[in-house]
Design a protein around this ligand. Structure first.
Ligand SMILES: [Zn+2]
Length: 255
């Protein structure tokens, strides 16, 4: 395939020393159990593949994004008793982001898209704090898993190792997905207090008490074909976002 000029991990100094980029894209994943059947790096693979496909679309339209290597660990504070779910505290994320943004700011790449692949990562307070500290930077984040209307693609709901994630992995990394007879049902428990289910009160769920197989959402109707369709559509949507961010004038953002 050769070097993709918008993927920093594949680029060399020969290419980079004369390049100029308009936007840095920082994919951010997690390392955690995904039901019985999906790999621990599911969120990382999803971030890698969608960010790369989206950046390609923007690049081919004439934009200059650069995708940084995916951060492999995320916030897993609710899964401390699930073996080898690796937790990165929000305060650690703030430190990592600060150091990356300091580099970009110093070197004149003033736009950053944090491309989030994990529900436990919450970038809003971090972006607020870092935006105040680096006023020349335009920092935004996208939770790609909220970008599409899922019910247009998938029949069963859920938010972890469910039909959507299983379909994506069947398309992107089928060799890492266990055979269907090994899939858990992704059955999960809700809070007894109704206000939590209604969404206006929040507390962290203790994952090992709400799901036996670690999944939330039944994957049984997942197929590679559904994954392919979803992947292509979301890559196009994120690709257009990356293009728009590259071309945006940060002094003229509002209408
Ligand atoms: Zn996931």
């Amino acid at each position: 395939m050769g070097t993709r000029p918008y993927i920093l991990a594949e680029c060399n100094w020969k290419v980079i020393k004369d390049a100029e980029f308009e936007l840095a894209v920082l994919p951010w994943g997690a390392t955690e159990a995904h039901n019985y059947h999906l790999p621990y790096a599911t969120d990382i693979y999803e971030a890698d593949y969608i960010a790369a496909a989206a950046a390609k679309i923007a690049w081919e339209k004439g934009a200059k994004p650069i995708v940084l290597p995916t951060i492999p660990f995320g916030v897993n504070t609710g899964q401390s008793d699930i073996y080898l779910d690796i937790n990165l505290n929000p305060s650690t994320q703030l430190t990592i982001l600060n150091d990356i943004i300091e580099t970009l700011n110093r070197q004149g790449i003033y736009k950053l898209l944090i491309f989030n692949s994990h529900g436990g990562n919450n970038f809003k307070p971090l972006v607020r704090e870092l935006g105040l500290k680096y006023p020349d930077m335009f920092i935004c984040f996208s939770n790609w898993f909220h970008a599409m209307n899922r019910s247009d693609y998938f029949e069963n709901e859920g938010d972890h190792a469910e039909e959507m994630e299983t379909s994506l992995m069947l398309y992107l990394k089928p060799e890492l997905v266990l055979p269907k007879d090994k899939w858990g049902t992704g059955k999960s428990k809700r809070f007894k207090i109704r206000a939590f289910t209604e969404g206006w009160v929040w507390a962290e769920r203790k994952w090992s008490e709400i799901s036996e197989d670690t999944g939330v959402g039944n994957p049984e109707l997942a197929t590679a074909a559904k994954g392919k369709k979803f992947f292509e559509d979301i890559s196009l949507k994120i690709g257009n976002l990356i293009y728009d961010l590259c071309k945006a004038d940060c002094k003229d953002l509002y209408e």
